[in-house]
Design a binder for this molecule. Structure first.
Ligand code: CO8
Length: 261
């Protein structure tokens, strides 16, 4: 498929990279970019051989510096709601992809950028990454899920502080607050992301998909229903060749040869 504001490429077998590519505006998200992210998520979701998606920003200055302020400035209430929905749908499509989605964040990751990163399964940051939800500085609230995903990720009090004060977090602060999983030197970020993706390729493909589904579908359920969901998913694993292969390989002291079925 053709894209204007993003790049979607297979960088290694089974590993895909989505790059938000508007470096002159620090990869700000306008409606077209959001729609392209949505389309790209659907495209990757349809590829049977895709097993990990990495998400990043072009230009070395920003992952994404937010929703496009120039595009938003003159919006009416209805247009604002529509723009918000376009972003919500795009990020939800990414979040619900049946494969791990890892954000590689270098530089500014603000507003809609932070919301995009949070819609990924986890975040790897460079040591010069900067996180924040600065919407209050502009007289608005987050509109792409930030007020909902941030408290779920780092807890209500810390999320409230960031959302209400608009203050920025350094990469190390974001690490300490549990917003990012690891911090790497900027020149190593992509390699570290790739190494992590390659490691995932060695795991049982069905189990990787199913555990993501269990987390995604279970996290907003009450504990009884969430644990019941896990039992269903666990049981389902036993109908797969991968389970037989994984456990046989362990007992036979060899590496598993997974087929993804
Ligand atoms: N939108 C549009 N353009 C942007 C954005 C943005 N979010 N961020 C940066 N740019 C542009 C600048 O306008 C500038 O363009 P130009 O060269 O044409 O003037 C270029 O990128 C470089 O920016 P700066 O010159 O400002 O570079 P600095 O290094 O001085 O500063 C910053 C970098 C700190 C990232 C600064 O640009 C900044 O503060 N940007 C805005 C950050 C922000 O407030 N983000 C939140 C936006 S609101 C949001 O994301 C809400 C999401 C939900 C929307 C819901 C829909 C209704």
């Amino acid at each position: 498929m053709n894209y204007e504001n993003i790049l979607l490429e297979q960088i290694e077998p089974a590993i895909w990279l989505l790059t938000v590519n508007r470096p002159r505006s620090f990869n700000a998200l306008d409606a077209l970019t959001l729609k392209e992210i949505h389309r790209a998520a659907l495209e990757v979701g349809e590829k049977e051989d895709a097993r990990v998606l990495l998400v990043t920003g072009a230009g070395g200055k920003a992952f994404v510096a937010g929703a496009d302020i120039a595009a938003m400035q003159g919006m009416s209430g209805i247009e604002g709601r529509q723009f918000s929905r376009i972003g919500m749908e795009a990020f939800r499509a990414l979040e619900l992809l049946p494969i791990p989605v890892i954000a590689l964040v270098d530089g500014y990751c603000l507003g809609g950028g932070c919301e995009l990163a949070m819609a990924c399964d986890w975040i790897l940051a460079s040591d010069r990454a900067v996180f924040g939800q600065p919407e209050v500085n502009l007289g608005v609230t987050p509109g792409f899920g930030g007020s909902q995903r941030l408290p779920r990720l780092i807890g209500r009090a810390r999320a409230m502080e960031l959302l209400v004060t608009g203050r920025r977090l350094t990469a190390d602060e974001a690490l300490a607050w549990g917003l990012v999983n690891h911090v790497h030197p900027a020149d190593r970020l992509r390699q570290e992301g790739l190494a992590m993706a390659r490691g995932i390729l060695e795991k049982g493909p069905l189990a990787v998909k199913l555990v993501k589904e269990a987390v995604q579908r279970g996290q907003d359920l009450d504990l009884d229903n969430a644990c019941a969901l896990e039992s269903e998913v666990f049981g389902l694993c036993f109908s797969s060749e991968d389970q037989k292969e994984g456990m046989s390989a362990f007992l036979e002291k060899r590496s598993p040869d997974y087929k993804g079925r």
